[in-house]
Design a protein around this ligand. Structure first.
Ligand SMILES: [Zn+2]
Length: 203
């Protein structure tokens, strides 16, 4: 749903006037209008002929490396329908084998294979079929749907990518570190999946 339609439906769903502070609602309304203006002014333009390489110029090995980093099977299907090279790479067993290994444990895979009564050599698996079977049996783990999720540091309240880390008060301030040690050591960061991240901005 676009921001403007959210704004309209918010207005329509109200009988009389919104509950709570009128000034606050006014601020929210202004904020939405501002976000809307910025969103509408964003133009994604195809780079000109002088910009190389473009996606279509990449060798198949690079396209494969990109697709191997996608964790959502729907994105793979969308990529397949966008470009014939991606379609042929998406037909490779390796892509689906990696996806199975990313989303499911060896135990789950073994259980699905046992259910099928299939005793086939691993190289003869139909990994795409197996992936969808596993998806129906176990569902995709919420935390495994994204190759990386944001984290919120419980000490300095910094939002950061776990692979990149962040400059933290727990590392930099000896006094704080000392107090932490007394309290039982640093706490692990809190994972922030995309849905939770969007809630930070909801009205
Ligand atoms: Zn921190």
């Amino acid at each position: 749903m676009s921001v403007s339609s959210a704004r309209e439906s918010e207005k329509r769903s109200c009988w009389g006037r919104p509950l709570g502070s009128r000034a606050l609602w006014g601020h929210h309304d202004h904020a939405i209008a501002r976000i809307n203006r910025i969103a509408n002014s964003i133009r994604i333009q195809e780079p000109g002929p002088e910009v190389v390489p473009k996606l279509h110029d990449l060798p198949e090995e690079c396209v494969r490396e990109i697709l191997l980093r996608i964790s959502d099977h729907r994105d793979l299907d969308a990529a397949s329908s966008a470009w014939t090279v991606m379609a042929s790479v998406c037909n490779e067993q390796r892509i689906w084998r990696e996806l199975v290994n990313f989303h499911f444990t060896q135990q789950q895979t073994d259980a699905a294979l046992a259910k099928n009564n299939e005793v086939v050599d691993e190289k003869d698996f139909d990994w795409k079929k197996l992936f969808h079977q596993l998806r129906k049996m176990y569902g995709l783990r919420e935390d495994a749907q994204f190759a990386e999720t944001l984290s919120l540091c419980r000490h300095c309240k910094c939002l950061f990518w776990r692979s990149l880390g962040h400059p933290c008060i727990a590392d930099q301030c000896p006094e704080y570190r000392e107090r932490l040690k007394e309290a039982g050591g640093p706490l692990p960061p809190h994972p922030v999946p995309p849905a939770a991240f969007l809630k930070f901005f909801s009205l």
